[in-house]
Design a protein around this ligand. Structure first.
Ligand code: ZN
Length: 169
């Protein structure tokens, strides 16, 4: 197992769409294990492969609330979402120290493959739904600032100008 280096904004890999996984092999298992390990070490709720420099549609989510299991999503896609949205505070391991409010669907259905390549589907709600939407965005090269309302995106730009050191390239 290994703790991987997390890429921070504005690393260009965060803005690129990742490639689908074809081989459900030992390398994939190792990647998933390392993603969990790195996420736990940094106290995150989710982590996507491109955040550690790997171009693959793989992400992990674990709320550690004692109710939901840890999830490893391979080649995930959202197949349904509630019209109802919730605006809440969000952070990202690739934006250390930056938090702001983002609107997300309250409920989503995710179709994905597990480590054996089996297709599965899960319906998630509230914080789990938020985490999975955030991670799936990463796999599409979308970061959470892009999901913010315009005034908050501006706030981010200003914060970045004032505190550039926070986001080394
Ligand atoms: Zn993130």
């Amino acid at each position: 197992m290994a703790i991987l280096r997390i890429r921070t904004y504005p690393d260009p890999i965060l803005r690129r769409r990742t490639k689908p996984v074809r081989a459900f092999d030992l390398k994939l298992r190792e990647l998933v294990r390392d993603l969990f390990e790195t996420m736990y070490q940094r106290n995150g709720l989710g982590l996507a492969a491109n955040q550690v420099g790997v171009d693959a549609q793989v992400c992990v989510v674990d709320l550690r609330d004692g109710r939901l299991p840890p999830y490893a999503f391979i080649n995930p896609a959202i197949t349904a979402r509630s019209r109802e949205g919730i605006v809440d505070e969000e952070g990202c391991l690739s934006f250390p120290g930056y938090f702001d409010r983002v609107r997300r669907s309250r409920r989503v259905t995710v179709r994905y493959q597990d480590l054996n390549g089996e297709v599965r589907e899960v319906e998630l709600v509230d914080l789990a739904a938020r985490a999975v939407q955030h991670e799936l965005d990463h796999l599409c090269g979308v970061v959470f600032v892009q999901r913010m309302a315009v005034p908050r995106r501006l706030r981010f730009r200003i914060a970045r100008l004032l505190g550039r050191a926070k986001f080394p390239s």
